[in-house]
Design a protein around this ligand. Structure first.
Ligand code: HEC
Length: 109
């Protein structure tokens, strides 16, 4: 009986860890400040960084998943080498980045 309780407790702890790193939460923590909850980028930081509308299908068609992956993992710079979006390779795992791309794709209607 004791082992069953321990097993159940272990499963709950595991579920919490996975939940804490889910794409919507990572988006909220790392991305929404610029891109906005809805992806439109109508935030103070978003306007300053001149983000484009991630809820716009036409914009999303301009980059494929590989480009988005690289942009999130390694960051993006403009033509003059000024940082547009910072690199998240040290904060997010490859799997988290992939989940975020799927999440971002879902923001476009
Ligand atoms: C400091 C503000 C800022 C934050 C925070 C930010 N971004 Fe961006 N993001 C930008 C800017 C600016 C662009 C470039 C817009 C352009 O094309 O000029 C961009 C572009 C993108 C693109 C398009 C990539 C491409 O290849 O064109 C994706 C996808 C994206 N961001 C996802 C994310 C995700 C996911 C996060 C959170 C992990 C995030 N961004 C956090 C500012 C930000």
């Amino acid at each position: 009986m004791k082992s069953v309780i321990l097993l159940a407790a272990g499963l709950c702890a595991g579920a919490l860890v996975i939940r804490a790193a889910s794409a919507p939460e990572n988006y909220e923590t790392h991305c929404a400040s610029c891109h906005g909850k809805d992806g439109k980028g109508e935030t103070k930081a978003g306007r300053k960084a001149q983000v484009k509308d991630l809820s716009d299908k036409a914009y999303q068609a301009k980059f494929d998943d590989a480009a988005a992956f690289k942009a999130i993992k390694e960051g993006m710079k403009d033509d003059k080498g000024k940082e547009k979006m910072k690199a998240y390779g040290d904060k997010l795992t490859d799997d988290e980045i992939k989940a975020l791309i799927a999440y971002v794709r879902g923001l476009a209607k």
